[in-house]
Design a protein around this ligand. Structure first.
Ligand code: PRX
Length: 632
């Protein structure tokens, strides 16, 4: 099998923007814009902040006196909700559709900006009624439904810190995240829906919070028809809570650097990291990147197919489109249910102008054949986006031809939970290459460096690193500033360490190759090898485990576990099934491990660390590389 790098290096074709795209693009002279921003990034971000409303302006745009704990818009007072909702009230935007929601079963719900604002105010008052105040943490465990956005905005409005946990995570994973942040409230639903099936969310959350020292109340959004078990004095239905609340609520004036949310993401250890984002810099970074990359127009209907439980959903389903005052589509279902044309149907039904999705979804739909998208003209589409993992040129071309009908530029946006916003991405007026995220966004300085932080020559692979701070960057790891420093500021001296490998071509275009650390990307979902290993080892039959990622045609990567069993335990097919189920219970369906193999030994360093790199090379029939550290 050809390596990714080899395939990517052969990708030469340039896709120039059409005259129509160029004529309408917000940023036409992108080179000049980049040049100016590169000269003085702080000034660039200072100017960008003026596109938004502030209660009072900042004194200092950027403060690096306590690096790497950088600050932006120091002294400024703002609230992201002021920009998402308040400022649209009393303007023509208030009667525009803010959210179009389509359920798994095909039910539609629309909320205008005015209705959304009222719902957020009621929810915010409900939270206050439950004694939630500035700085308190609120966990949200909901599917892709409007109440997820309402809950996030309600928290932000009153200065509480939300932490959305993806509904595909298990009760264990939810518990771990609730405990780490000390959330006082959990917002969940009675049931969820997926592929026509009903998921019992309430029992799962009851399990997750049983004996929780921090949870005081559970707010339950009704999605099903029947009653569920409610615990007296703890659980309250969402409608019962908000119906009696007033539909106006004052938005808290927050300091620019006050936390907005914590979002957990996988790292190289078994414990996920609570990435902290703040109001001021995050809203500026999002607004500028979204406006320019997605080339937003006031009447756009925009659809990001991610889930609000991931950063993509936070930044670019909820916050950025609402700040832009456009219509954002939320979809509870899956792309191939009831048929593989669900996505194309929704695009036609709601006249979607911008589609932002992930390579794994494109590859999955490619498997059903182009006959499905070809049945639909999708005339409304103007722009396409991709995120989450490298998009292979074949998938890029399929997306371009059969979805974009050769007329929609594809914005391949590289970024991370930690970066908060797009970092490397084309602007619509730029020439594109299939499979490249192209160039850093104006004001961002990205490089490919070696272990010592030296730039590597053109065409050579290295670590993707960011030279200068940016406003939407994470501020720390919740309760773990040391891990923040160690993970991001030590590995590539003088740079923010992204954990990705990349190379640059002669035009300066970046080609992302994937993670350099022990983090898997399964269907675009980030999960640590160590998390799966730790889940396996928690089973009574398992002594040790080593997990690697293998290339997968649809999911990008799939997990394979090598397991040493405890003495006397037999490695049977039934045990494989049991262990897979165990991983699911511990982590959730997103950590699904395709293969489990029982082994006698695992390659280790002399200090006892499992050498996943060696296992992977052996599994894929590649050169084992430097094995001098091997103990045996
Ligand atoms: O490896 C990169 C990959 O996704 C990682 C970040 O994952 P997460 O924090 O879950 O956020 C995903 C959505 C922003 C990155 O370190 N990644 C993300 N976008 C791209 C990508 N890899 C290649 N090309 C992209 N466009």
């Amino acid at each position: 099998m050809k390596g990714t790098t080899e395939v990517l290096l052969n990708e030469k074709k340039i896709y120039k923007p059409s005259d129509k795209v160029l004529k309408n693009a917000k940023i036409k002279q992108w080179r000049a814009v980049q040049k100016k921003a590169a000269k003085d990034p702080v000034r660039f971000w200072d100017e960008a902040a003026n596109d938004l409303d502030w209660y009072s302006y900042w004194g200092q745009t950027f403060d690096d006196s306590n690096a790497p704990f950088f600050k932006w818009y120091v002294g400024g007072k703002c609230n992201i909700v002021q920009n998402c909702l308040d400022r649209h009230m009393g303007t023509p935007v208030e009667n525009k559709t803010a959210i179009i929601w389509e359920s798994d079963a095909g039910k539609r719900r629309k909320l205008t900006y005015k209705q959304l604002n009222q719902a957020v105010c009621k929810m915010a008052n409900g939270l206050k009624f439950l004694k939630i105040k500035r700085g308190d943490r609120v966990a949200i465990y909901l599917q892709n439904i409007p109440e997820t956005a309402i809950a996030m905005l309600a928290c932000a409005k009153i200065g509480a810190v939300h932490s959305v946990v993806y509904a595909g995570f298990s009760a264990n994973a939810l518990r771990e995240r609730i405990d780490d942040q000390g959330a006082k409230i959990l917002i969940t639903s009675d049931v969820g829906h997926r592929r026509g099936k009903v998921i019992d969310m309430k029992s799962l959350t009851d399990k997750a919070i049983s004996g929780s020292p921090s949870i005081q109340n559970v707010i339950v959004v009704r999605q099903g028809t029947g009653p569920v078990t409610m615990k007296m004095n703890r659980d309250i239905y969402y409608d019962a809570l908000v119906d009696t609340q007033p539909s106006i609520c004052r938005t808290e004036q927050m300091d620019s650097e006050d936390p907005l949310f914590i979002l957990y993401t996988s790292g190289t250890t078994a414990k996920p990291k609570g990435v902290v984002h703040v109001h001021g810099g995050y809203m500026v970074g999002l607004n500028r990147t979204f406006q320019w990359v997605m080339d937003v127009r006031p009447d756009d209907v925009y659809w990001c197919t991610a889930d609000p439980g991931w950063i993509t959903g936070h930044s670019y389903i909820v916050y950025a489109p609402l700040m832009a005052g456009i219509t954002t589509v939320m979809f509870e279902g899956v792309p191939d249910f009831p048929r593989p044309d669900r996505i194309w149907k929704i695009i036609e039904k709601y006249k979607v102008n911008i589609l932002y999705t992930a390579p794994t979804l494109i590859r999955a739909l490619m498997c059903y054949g182009e006959k499905w998208p070809m049945k639909y003209k999708m005339k409304s589409l103007r722009l396409l986006g991709s995120v989450g993992e490298p998009i292979n040129p074949e998938a890029w071309r399929w997306y371009h031809k059969f979805v974009g009908k050769n007329k929609c530029p594809i914005m391949d946006t590289w970024w991370q939970t930690e970066t908060g916003m797009f970092m490397i991405s084309p602007l619509p007026s730029m020439p594109l290459k299939a499979g490249s995220a192209t160039l850093p966004f104006p004001g961002i300085k990205a490089e490919v460096v070696d272990k010592k932080g030296n730039k590597v020559p053109v065409g050579k692979g290295g670590y993707l690193a960011i030279k200068t701070p940016w406003p939407a960057m994470l501020r720390t790891i919740f309760k773990n500033p040391k891990r923040y420093i160690d993970t991001y500021w030590k590995e590539s001296p003088g740079y923010y360490h992204t954990g990705d490998m990349a190379h640059k071509d002669k035009d300066g275009y970046f080609w992302i190759q994937g993670r350099s650390d022990d983090v898997l990307s399964i269907a675009g979902h980030r999960i640590g090898n160590a998390e799966i290993e730790s889940a396996l080892v928690s089973h009574k039959s398992v002594a040790e485990a080593g997990v690697i990622g293998k290339p997968h045609p649809v999911k990008g990567e799939s997990a394979k576990a090598f397991v040493i069993l405890r003495r006397g335990v037999k490695g049977t097919d039934i045990l494989i099934k049991t262990l897979k189920k165990h991983i699911r219970t511990k982590l959730g369906p997103i950590a699904v491990t395709d293969e489990i193999e029982f082994v006698e030994k695992l390659p280790k360093t002399r200090s006892g660390k499992i050498m996943r790199r060696v296992i992977k090379a052996a599994e894929l029939g590649q050169d084992l590389g430097d094995t001098s550290a091997l103990a045996d």
